[in-house]
Every structure is written in C-alpha cells, then in structure tokens.
Design a protein. Structure first.
Length: 402
C-alpha cells in the first residue's frame, strides 16, 4: 500500500477537490477576499472542530496539542504558552508550527480577477491539512496553526499576518507553490533563497517646458531617462558578474504629450527589478537610486522614486529544508534540488524574517500552462501530494522517517 494513504484518506482529497472548484468560481482581488474567506471558514467549521479565529481581512485555524494544561503552581495555560514561557516544565512539547495558504486571485487582462496562479488550490490544500488534523487520533506534540492569508499578489498579505508568529510563539512555518514546467507531483527544494526579492520602480523626472522650436530654453527629461536606462543595464551586468543574480525589466516609459509645439518636460521610467537575497537586492536598489540622483542633478531635473509592490526574498532555513527532503523521502514522493532561485517573488519571505521555516514547490507538469495566464488552473492531480507533505511535516521527522 502506498505510504501516503496511511496519512490522507481519499475522502479528504475528494472534499478539497470540490472545495477548490467552488473557490475557482469566486476569484477576488487582493484585500477583497470576502466570499473566499467566508467559504473557507464555513468549510472548516462544517467539517472540523478546529479553533477558528477571524482577524478581519484574514483568519487562522488551530489544532491544539491539548486544549489546556495545569502547571505545578496550579496555573492553567495553552500548551504553546507553557512551552514558550516555562520550557523546563514542558520538555515533551514543542513550539507551535504553522502552515500558510494565500486566498487572493490574479488580475486578468480585462481587469477582472481569476485564479490563474493556483491560490484556490493552496487554500484547499490547507483545508485538507485541517481535515487530516481533525481526524488524527494520536495526540500532537505541538499546536498547529493554519494561516489563510490575503493579498499575496500585491506583497501585502504576509506582512499583515506575520504578527501572529511572535504573538503565538510559532517556532517554524511552511508554505508551497505549484510550479509549471516541472515534473508532475515532484517536490522542489532549495537551500537559501527560493524566490527572489522584487519591487516595481517608478522613476519620475521633471524639468521645464519650452517651445518645440527652442528646446534649449527648457529642460527635457527624456535624454536623462534614456541614459539612466542604459546605465541600469550596465549596472545589472556588473552585479551578475560580481555579486549575485539581479534582473531589470523595462515595464514602460512615458514622456511629454501629443502637443507637437511643446518640448517634453515630464517623464516616467517604470521598471521591475529583482535580486537573489535581501542583501544583494538592497545593494542593487541603492545603486539604482544613486544613478538616478546623479543623472537628475546633472540635468537639473526634479526627481522622485516610488517603490510599488515590494516583495522580500524568500530565504529558506537549512534545517527546515532538510525536513522537507526527509518528509518527501519517507512518503515516497520524488523531490529535486532547484539549481537557482525562482525569479518570481513570494511574500512568504516576511514570515521567514520572524521565525525559521521553508518554502517549497510542487511540479504542475513539464508542459503545463504558465502561471498568470488565462489558460492556467491549479492541477487537482497534486492535491494529495501537497496535503501529504503538510501532514508529514506536522509530526516528528528523524533520520528520514515521517
């Protein structure tokens, strides 16, 4: 018998498969996940006895190791509180562990939301973990938190939810993403940076207008912005050769107007920049800002720079990555090492700044539709693999055994 069947009942997979289809029909914009959140909460309330905590824009569910315990001085605490505050009295218990899923959808070409990234699948998998925990007969050695997070697509959700880490003394946290182009059902792991840091940059330069016949009488930012773009390309090459992976993508340029009698005096350069690891990314951004400041000063232009949708790098902790490997091996799930970070960004990195943890991928299939395209839909074929991995990480892993 397949080992994973010892963990996950087929009925659980059938239930979350239907749940995913329901979620797929009600995609919602980031920070507007009202119906999605309610459907998920109702599902867990109807099918489990987990503790549900509504936090407004998001919620979490908890499976306690034990509801309450009484210590030697007759005070009553949750197990997690005792483990954190009086560890010498509760050596058999461990700090809480957390798992996270995102709930929001991607904006399509028409401006309408659609689940073109798989967050309907991520949330369904986390509900599957809830079903497993509720059905588990053996007691847990730690509290398990299930975090249902909004607004991953704009990099705001994890930053909003991460206060829970310190408030509840969570000792480690895990998350995953489905990844097209990789073998179906294969777990993808990486030490260090799993996904790059990134941000949008809006570089705005303002000069003074002039009659088109007398351009020397004004200050046109077009040449400065064009020169800056070329300088950033050179900077990017230098970083890749000497410091680490970075990438700049030109999103757009906007300059002047349709009035052919007036020279341009106002312009924007819009970029997305990304980098491997927080330090490399921080240094890269700082150098871009310096280049823009020098160029603006040289051409006597006013300058403003705005960051849009900032994502931290998702920097895995080695111990937790090894637990993922061990869990996959014990459950007979194939896994592979990623040779380099994913270029896209994930706001899960905010959690990893608060506690230990790791983020991993699961392959959608080599020829599967790409993320953020209208043809993408989360593959139900990996639901069982994802729930099995989460479930396996909820118990002790020693010498490759879950």
């Amino acid at each position: 018998m397949d080992k994973r069947e010892q963990y996950i009942d087929k009925q659980i997979i059938e239930q979350i498969m239907e749940l995913r289809k329901q979620l797929h029909r009600i995609p919602e914009h980031s920070m507007q996940e009202v119906k999605t959140k309610q459907l998920l909460m109702d599902f867990l309330k109807s099918h489990t006895a987990l503790e549900i905590v509504d936090c407004g824009a998001w919620f979490y569910a908890v499976k306690r190791a034990y509801d309450r315990v009484t210590t030697e001085n007759d005070k009553t605490f949750h197990v997690s509180e005792v483990a954190a505050e009086i560890p010498e009295q509760m050596t058999e218990y461990k700090p809480p562990i957390a798992f996270r899923a995102d709930m929001d959808a991607v904006c399509g070409k028409d401006g309408k939301p659609g689940h073109f990234c798989g967050h309907d699948g991520h949330s369904s998998v986390l509900c599957g973990l809830g079903l497993y925990l509720d059905s588990r007969k053996d007691p847990l050695t730690q509290d398990v938190y299930l975090i249902f997070q909004p607004a991953e697509e704009i990099g705001k959700g994890a930053e909003l939810c991460r206060s829970l880490i310190k408030e509840t003394h969570i000792g480690e946290i895990y998350g995953f993403h489905n990844i097209p182009g990789k073998s179906l059902g294969t777990v993808l792991v990486k030490d260090g940076t799993f996904a790059c840091a990134s941000t949008g940059l809006e570089i705005h330069m303002t000069g003074t207008p002039s009659h088109a016949a007398y351009p020397e009488a004004g200050r046109n930012p077009g040449y400065a912005l064009a020169g800056l773009l070329l300088q950033i390309e050179e900077l990017t090459e230098q970083f890749n050769e000497t410091k680490g992976f970075v990438r700049m993508t030109l999103i757009g340029m906007e300059l002047g107007s349709e009035n052919y009698g007036v020279a341009a005096s106002d312009g924007y350069l819009r970029l997305t920049v990304r980098g491997e690891g927080e330090q490399v990314f921080h240094d890269y951004l700082a150098e871009i800002r310096k280049l823009a400041e020098v160029m603006a000063q040289k051409e006597a232009l006013e300058l403003s720079i705005k960051e849009i949708e900032r994502f931290p790098s998702t920097d895995n902790h080695a111990e937790q990555v090894q637990k993922i490997r061990a869990c996959a091996a014990s459950q007979q799930i194939p896994y592979m090492e990623l040779p380099e970070p994913m270029r896209w960004s994930e706001d899960f990195g905010w959690y990893l700044q608060e506690t230990k943890g790791a983020f991993f991928g699961i392959g959608d299939g080599e020829d599967y539709a790409q993320l953020h395209t209208e043809h993408f839909e989360f593959p139900d074929a990996i639901l069982e693999t994802a729930v099995t991995m989460f479930a396996g990480l909820c118990v002790d892993i020693k010498e490759g055994e879950c």
